[in-house]
Design a protein around this ligand. Structure first.
Ligand code: ZN
Ligand code: ZN
Length: 136
């Protein structure tokens, strides 16, 4: 728990049980869960935690860059405990979101600069398709 408290201290965040629970859950999974999924998963251990509290904790964690928010369209978001830039792919059939390992699009940031007058600070690369399980 030492590292977690020092991470929170560095970000000047109060260590609330809710924030710790949400953060730890996201560190423990590669499933890119939605807020609802996190809420359901934490229910047995934190029966008094509401969905609104989960949303609030997520918002705070995203603001200090401890958690990455992934916009999956239609106003839906998924959450990722890995904040390093990495591309994602979502299955249009079962809805799961996975990391794409071994390829990085950070070099696009510089390229995009020549198409816009922006100082580009990042990008989110997002692919859609049908996963192996759903194909079968
Ligand atoms: Zn699928
Ligand atoms: Zn990811």
């Amino acid at each position: 728990m030492d590292t977690l408290s020092s991470i929170f201290r560095e970000k000047k965040l109060k260590l609330t049980p809710q924030r710790i629970a949400v953060y730890k859950f996201l560190q423990s999974t590669k499933e890119h869960p939605s807020a609802e999924t996190i809420y359901t998963a934490l229910q047995p251990e934190y029966p008094t935690m509401s969905l609104a509290t989960v949303y609030k904790a997520l918002k705070t964690l995203v603001e200090v860059n401890l958690v990455q928010e992934i916009n999956v369209g239609d106003g839906n978001f998924r959450y990722d405990g890995n904040v390093l830039p990495h591309p994602h792919i979502q299955c249009l059939s079962c809805g799961k979101v996975e990391d794409i390992d071994g390829i990085c699009f950070s070099n696009l940031n510089d390229k995009i600069k020549s198409y816009t007058e922006y100082d580009v600070v990042g990008n989110q690369v997002y692919f859609y398709g049908i996963c192996k399980n759903c194909k079968n």
